[in-house]
Ligand binder design. Sequence first.
Ligand code: BGP
Length: 479
Amino acid sequence: MSEGIEMPKDFLWGGAVAAHQLEGGWQEGKKGVSIADVMTAGSNGVARKVTDGVKDGEIYPNHWGNDFYHMYPEDIKLFAEMGLKCFRTSIAWTRIFPNGDEEEPNEAGLKFYDDMFDKCLKYNIQPVITLSHFEIPYHLVKEYGGWRNRKMIDFFDHFAEVCFRRYKDKVKYWMTFNEINNQIDFRDPHPLLQDSGLEMTDEDNWEEVMLQAAHYEFVASAKAVQLAHKINPEMQVGSMIAMCPVYPLTSKPQDIMKAERAMQYRYFYGDVQALGFYPEWMEKYRDRKGYDLDITNADLATIKAGTVDYVGFSYYMSFTTKAHDGETHFDFDEHNDLVSNPTVPKTDWGWQIDSVGLRYGMNWMTTRWHKPLFIVENGFGAHDKLEADKTIHDDYRISYFHDHILEMEKAVKEDGIDLIGYTPWGFIDLISASTGEMKKRYGMIYVDQDDEGNGSKNRYKKDSFYWFKKVIESNGKDL
Ligand code: BGP
């Protein structure tokens, strides 16, 4: 292992989770049903499904999470022992507005987050909050068609405003939509998109619907940025982008152009949120495809006036693409145009492991957007083994973090990247978003629970827990 580089003072070392993947207590405190609550578990390559509501007696993984809803006081004590300076989680929209379209918020839900944030602050851990992390109220999906409906802008901003007002002295860093650009990979026969609650019909052109939904999200997000600044000018509101840099497979000019277009296509979301306008190529693209979107001049003015304060992003892997024979437009279709990169290893779930890609992505974003960055997810999903003496030897995870943190530190020291913090994903084991399983573990804290929700739910420290504690204590020097 090599020696790390000390990070700037006040660097926010932390950990990241999302409400629906760990809280459980899905019907407690008058919580409503979210889209995550109606999702089945997948397993061994069988994809999760969004069902048509929860049938009597059926229970899905997000109903139990890892029981953080009840166990948070003890969990936060453990986070403090680890030395965390911040804790990234989300506010479950359905705890605050059970259906999403009410006028009055649910006090029990607001109180839950008040108490939980107070517990964090008691240990000098600052909450970092995502407003919409794959858990929109299911009622908004069924009644309004999710983000294909302009009314969602008002529902979301009402939710955002209530949260900003209530937690204005407890939360400084906010993000509007988790991995807003993940929608790019939405394809039939996908029954329903979890992120934005879109159900496709046979008449729909999926891409047109997705671009429309993204546009409404941009407007809602830009309004939220402005609202937050009015309520407390100290609050910082960020975007949240899934950064998977797309490399060309070869140096063939066509492959280079394909990868360039892939980057433009995956990250125009960041262009809009950080720069305040749609990129030129996107306007041409929409014209060429014949899309007729509801985008008004007032919307464009809102987007311009509400650029984000920083760019939060997740980084797990890089992608690779190549051009098809004879193609001229180089349109990127993430579903069909990715190829395997022969130069990097993969996790058990096929995610390419590439620490240099993190530095590459940070450089790319800074040069393009000129905003502070915040790494709000990074991690290694793996099968862990709980030994008889309750230890977990996850050296593979330590090695993943070691390499990524080192690249992150070089990006700060050598490339001048302005970086707010680093919060490893799922640092306490939780339900996987893509598979609904428990066995795809990211944590430095082990949770004794299986895919069906059985187990003691006891928490055990993995080797990576002690390792990360040392990293934080040395402010990044002792890797
Ligand atoms: C991101 C999501 C998280 C999280 C993570 C790991 O896309 O923001 O919610 O789950 O990926 O993914 P998974 O749980 O599918 O392994």
